[in-house]
Write a protein that binds this ligand. Sequence first.
Ligand code: ZN
Length: 138
Amino acid sequence: MVRTYRFSIKTKGNNDMHDITPFVEEAVVNSTMLYGIAVVFVVGSTAAITTIEYEPGLQKDMETAMERIAPKDAFYAHEARWGDDNGHSHIRASLVGPSIVVPFTEKKLALGTWQQIVLIDFDTHPRSRTILVQTMGE
Ligand code: ZN
């Protein structure tokens, strides 16, 4: 069986991180499946989905790490070509990735206690993000 759920989140951009675990848990419960996997996917090329311990220290650390890997002020051919300002946003989003797969058993996601599913918006301005949760199982 496959079920698809969608929800939207308003973000501030610039590494804005949101705990979306409750939305995924709700999708699994509503799916009526006991065992399976949940695919969590964000639509768009400047946001990403991953897991992290959701606390302010790591939110800041993630921002710092991203600034090392793809600095905002570096040269980006994307910006030269399109005249926009979010080359770093695209690179960060691609590296972290747009989706994850989380298994569930007896309707419970196989997450650790200090492991939350997060959306990170790397774009340079506020956005409304559509997130898709697709459950597959029985
Ligand atoms: Zn762009």
